[in-house]
Design a protein around this ligand. Structure first.
Ligand code: GCB
Length: 597
């Protein structure tokens, strides 16, 4: 799916700003047929939850309504006119004036609605967007809504981050020519000093296709024509972690020598491959350093914010991180564009978090009923998961920064039914993208003895909390467990292994000379213990600390003002461990710690 981009043939109007806002319980039925009868207004993009002081809005279960007037530019007669929602979390119904024009389910992937027949160039319309925060067996992530003793509907879900909802990413009105480029897929490689850009174009209507590759200075370095082909780039400059170099592939749809549509795709020439126990980028072993992150800031919730994005990437660079995982959902596309430009490597994760009833069983990991059953993650969940994969890979397939898909976070891969659930999804992902390795993040209860799906994947990604949820305050025992655990996966799989989560909640400003949990020293000591163990395994290909920064969590007893495993606070101040990571990671340039440059 192509991101709306202004080109000589496409125009774009931002609908971001302040919209009228209300929640369904306080509005008339069919609130879209008139101006919303509500005193509230909400910022777009932003999650709505933390904007207001009213607790009923924050934890609202059900639909909320956003509304604004939109004017269509008068020069758009004869063009297709579309709305693009970069995300509506978790489901949306879109109305133009009194009419429903489209719907979408899935809170972290974009969707378009063609409204050409409902609006007029130069005219204005009332745009109402109903957005639902609800999670159920039919959504990814899944959840459950129950009516509590007070008669109120209560949402439960099986992940710790707060269920922020609303229009957290940009909304656009844009024009497309009737005959147009509908999709472009790019796969890159190189032979010696020649770069290969394989491209495939989908066109709506009848047109010839012309393509050209320009280098960073704008010089044309390759040209071709036709719906697909392989372009050769002489003296290629590769896209490398920490040294991004980008070309541009301009695709043109041409009718009788007239360019009727034109679209630029950013191209980084690089390869990704898993060979034996190595993860290779451009044929060279790559060692991931970095974090699992969240889209999470005060007031905005999951609202995309360019200032935070720029600053977060500065902190990645400052700490020597070369990568992050988009835990636990696809991030705003601008973040991937930024990673492409700045040479940061991304593990792109789906929103499939909480496919695990074991977490309800607490540390015993005993599920109250089977996870992969019609009681919880059954056929409907699997269908939603498949649709989500199509949308994620459709959106992100051309980003050079994305080197691996993470299909789920901590699923109950130790339970019966997990293989039946995941095998078709793995096959689908490989069909959608045969080039990138696949992984999933392994929960503690899924051990090298009982996991049922690891052979379907390319990289073993472990989430482990020795020294925190178990052996808290006892790093010596934690070290023994960790060592045995990794050894078990090495022996069982022979695949590359990385740690996608390890860490400790830490209260900034709390100190101790002893191994005391929650102190800044304990967080540092725990990470250093993990690093000692990682460095003993040649099969280890990376370390991503949980988490980049503190983040908001669901209401409950288990967290003090949110998850405090951040290396940075929620407002991005470093805890002591940030300096320890910086000492370990800076200057590695993708090499494994302890190896020669
Ligand atoms: C996990 C989850 C992550 C949590 C983390 C924690 O295993 O994958 O979403 O935030 O543990 O801190 O408990």
């Amino acid at each position: 799916m192509l991101k709306p981009t202004p080109t000589p043939t496409r125009e774009l109007v931002s609908l971001d700003g302040v919209w009228r806002f209300g929640i369904d319980t306080r509005l008339a039925e069919q609130p879209w047929i008139a101006a919303l009868d509500s005193p509230l207004e909400a910022a777009v993009p932003a999650s709505y939850n933390d904007l207001f002081t009213d607790p009923e809005i924050r934890d609202h279960v059900g639909w909320v309504y956003y509304q604004r007037e939109v004017r269509v530019p008068r020069g758009w007669g004869g063009e297709r006119i579309l709305l693009r929602f970069d995300a509506a979390t978790h489901a949306a119904r879109v109305y133009v004036d009194d009419a429903l024009v489209g719907e979408h389910v899935g809170g972290y992937t974009p969707f378009d609605i063609d409204i050409t027949d409902a609006v007029e160039a130069g005219g204005a319309f009332r745009l109402t967007v109903a957005v639902s925060a609800d999670l159920s067996k039919e959504t990814i992530p899944p959840g459950k809504i129950e009516v509590g003793m007070t008669g109120k509907r209560v949402q439960t879900y099986f992940h710790d981050f707060y269920n922020y909802a609303g229009l957290a990413r940009s909304v656009w009105l844009y024009s497309l020519p009737a005959t147009r480029i509908d999709d472009v897929t790019v796969v890159t490689g190189f032979e010696g000093s020649t770069g290969i850009v394989d491209y495939r174009v989908e066109v709506v209507g009848d047109a010839d296709v012309r393509v050209r590759v320009t280098d960073a200075a704008g010089a044309v370095v390759a040209e071709g024509s036709g719906l697909e082909g392989a372009l050769q780039v002489p003296d290629v400059v590769l896209w490398k972690p920490g040294a991004a170099y980008l070309y541009e592939l301009t695709v043109e749809a041409v009718q009788r020598d007239t360019v009727v549509d034109s679209y630029p795709v950013v191209v980084g020439v690089r390869t990704v491959e898993v060979r034996g126990h190595e993860f290779l980028i451009n044929g060279e072993p790559f060692y991931f350093t970095g974090f699992g992150k969240h889209e999470d800031t005060a007031i905005r919730g999951k609202g995309h914010d360019n200032a935070y994005m720029v600053h977060d990437f500065q902190l990645l660079e400052w700490s020597g991180a070369n990568s992050f995982r988009t835990s636990h959902y696809p991030y705003a596309e601008d973040v991937l564009d930024f990673a492409d430009r700045h040479g940061i490597v991304v593990i792109d994760e789906t929103a499939a978090v909480g496919l695990n009833m074991g977490v309800v069983g607490g540390l015993s990991g005993t599920p109250p009923f089977p996870t992969f059953s019609e009681q919880y993650a059954g056929a409907a969940t699997q269908a939603a998961h498949a649709q989500h994969l199509r949308e994620l890979i459709g959106r992100d397939k051309n980003h050079p920064s994305v080197v691996m898909w993470c299909i789920a976070n901590e699923p109950a891969s130790n339970e019966d039914g997990s293989r039946e659930y995941f095998e078709p999804l793995v096959n689908l992902a490989r069909e959608l993208d045969p080039t990138r390795p696949l992984t999933y993040s392994l929960v503690m209860f899924a051990t090298f003895k009982n996991d049922q799906i690891v052979d379907l994947f390319d990289v073993v990604s472990m989430n482990r909390y020795y020294g925190w949820y178990i052996n808290a305050g006892d790093l010596a025992t934690a070290e023994l467990y960790l060592q045995g655990d990794i050894q078990g996966w090495v022996d069982r799989t022979g695949k590359p292994i990385m740690m996608t989560e390890y860490g400790a909640d830490t209260m900034p400003g709390l100190h101790s000379v002893w191994d005391q949990v929650w102190t800044e020293e304990y967080q540092t000591d725990l990470l250093e213990m993990y690093h000692r163990v990682f460095d003993r395994f040649p099969q280890f290909v990376g370390e991503q600390v949980w988490n980049f920064s503190d983040f908001a969590t669901t209401n409950g007893l288990h967290r003090v003002g949110g998850n405090k495993k951040g290396i940075f606070t929620r407002d991005r101040k470093p805890k002591s461990a940030a300096f320890a990571l910086r000492r370990r990671w800076r200057g590695l340039d993708g090499r494994k710690p302890g190896t020669e440059s």
